[in-house]
Ligand binder design. Sequence first.
Ligand code: ATP
Ligand code: MG
Length: 362
Amino acid sequence: MLDSAIKILKKLNDNNYNAYIVGGFVRDHLLGLKSNDIDITTNAKPKEILKLFEDAELSSKDYGTVTVTRNGYRFEITTFRKEINYKDHRHPDEIEYIDDLYEDLLRRDFTVNTICMDKDEQIIDLLEGRKDLNKKIIKTVGESDIRFKEDALRILRAIRFSTSLKFSLDKDIEKAIYNNKYLLNKISYNRKKAELDKIFTSNNSDKGIELLLKYDLDKELNLNRLSKVVPNSDLIGIWSILDVTDIYPFTSGEKDIIKKVNKALLEDYSSMRLYKYGLYVNSVIADIKGLDKKKVTEDYNALPIHTRNDLDITSEEIMKLLNKEPGGYLTEIYNDLIEKVLYRKIENKNNILTNYIITNYK
Ligand code: ATP
Ligand code: MG
């Protein structure tokens, strides 16, 4: 992955542009952690980058960022820029492309995110990011109060990095969180959720949740049930407890699972609950309740049937037996058969099911 990034840097350099790896990759590399993507910063303009890399694409989410994919890894190339005026506390009103790396680093959020690496893997550290990395501290570039007023999402990013890196928060940041947390309501739920997802999936998530509660951000974020969350649960389990599908964005599939988890949480653990809600929902609940997920999987696999289709009798056969047209009575019979078979009161065998129907429904 680093090899591909260096090739990209070389190509930009060969065409007389400055280019560096910056941000998360360099930070994590120095900490001996793995990264999934690489951010590159350059004085080449988006148009010029697009010309140099045939497969480059303008990213839709971030204005002016060009994405290049190599061996399945994404390289996000962003032109040195200055961001001007943040009237709405989330978007710069204007961005200006510039030629100077130092100025580009000044607009970045935290010192540990400003460390750069060049094509020879040399570290370029213009804002003392390495010092803070060694001290394990998250510090804003410039005054935290100003930086959080420009973009209040940085409050959540500070907590996210403090959580995932196990770094402390600079005092200046703590004060600025209290002063500016009300601005979080200006930030889209999409951006907030992306940071929260990263906090919740961190192996240090209990610390992240603790910090959110410590600064009373649960109220600003509309997460009224945050103190009920069991850290280190499955992400969907955490969002189920938070129960905010009407506020935060979720896919319809996620909403469906969250609804099911909340419904199933009201029922006791049983073969019927395993059957009705399936293995995934029950595993999420096991996580929430701190139960053994392996046992849930074993219990689930041992069920005599997993869907209605597993019953050894068809609706055609039932109708023929009873000499009836289709109707609501079929659901009633099915539910009865499912329960009897699940609890092993009758065996799932065609002749046994047939006899049972004749005895009870004819
Ligand atoms: P990771 O990729 O591990 O989540 P990252 O530090 O690379 O962490 P990204 O969101 O990929 O974070 O952003 C890349 C870089 O862009 C950051 O390191 C930081 O320098 C800068 N950056 C991102 N978001 C902001 C922001 N809201 N304000 C200022 N700078 C930002
Ligand atoms: Mg990144």
